[in-house]
Write a protein that binds this ligand. Structure first.
Ligand code: 16G
Length: 241
């Protein structure tokens, strides 16, 4: 890294640009411990304050993360999830060249709770499957999904049949095509239980997503509450004016 003290570009900015470049081109690999503020300050003959400003900005931008008592490390690149296309978790991971898998936490067949009757357009006493899965990418937990699916669309679903994609299963079962969805996104913090399932710490940021998904004929077939890791996911949205 080279810092030009004569340059009109502030030194903290030069440090940031240098580090960003090294992170983006892979010179600094994910989870690498970077030198301390003191080491950088001594190496470049600049103040620790200047180094601190650069590193704090990079932490805020998600390029670096701090671990108490251990130091500052390079973050892993977040998954960029476009919000336009309607895909399943399995399809998303396949597109990224990763292996999707699930850990089934809960599997129940029950009467549809009252608050979901209008959402899923069901009548009293209609049955639904409630399934809670940890979704993993190359064996790393990414999200927790709790899905509510009317029995009518999932027929004789069993734990054993739930090893792959639920979207694939439902389309095969019903012969219907999954068409569109409505989503609500919220920022949140991980509870104890969520943190444990996602291998993160309690209070870490997560993205909460509530999705209702419909077949081509506008019939809803699932309501899903998802909790995605905030340190691994970035949602991308394009807008036109
Ligand atoms: C995605 C969906 C989820 C759906 C799942 C099906 C979001 C926020 N959620 O994760 O609603 O149930 O895909 O995945 O995108 P599967 O077909 O691989 O089981």
């Amino acid at each position: 890294m080279f810092i030009d003290k004569q340059s009109p570009i502030p030194m903290y900015h030069q440090i940031m640009e240098n580090l960003k470049k090294q992170i983006e081109d892979g010179t600094l690999a994910p989870d690498t411990l970077i030198p301390s503020e003191r080491e950088y300050a001594e190496r470049f003959g600049i103040s620790r304050m200047t180094v601190r400003q650069a590193l704090s900005n990079l932490v805020n931008e998600g390029y670096l993360y701090r671990q108490k008592g251990k130091g500052t490390f390079v973050s892993r690149k977040k998954f960029e999830q476009p919000l336009q296309g309607l895909t399943s978790f399995t399809e998303d991971m396949r597109q990224r060249g990763l292996k999707a898998s699930s850990q089934l936490i809960d599997f129940t067949k029950t009467v549809c709770p009252d608050h979901l009757l209008p959402v899923l357009q069901l009548a009293n006493d209609d049955a639904i499957y409630e399934l809670k899965r940890i979704r993993l990418a190359n064996d790393e937990p990414m999200a927790i999904e709790t899905s509510y699916i009317p029995e009518a669309f999932a027929g004789d679903l069993t734990r054993e049949r739930l090893t792959g994609s639920i979207y694939e299963y439902i389309e095969t079962q019903t012969g219907l095509t999954i068409a569109h969805a409505k989503q609500e996104l919220e920022a949140n913090v991980a509870s104890n239980e969520e943190a444990h399932m996602l291998s993160i710490s309690t209070g870490d940021p997560v993205l909460s997503i509530a999705r209702t998904t419909y077949f081509q004929n506008d019939i809803p077939f699932e309501y899903v509450l998802s909790v995605y890791r905030g340190d691994r996911y970035k949602l991308i949205h394009t807008m036109e004016r």
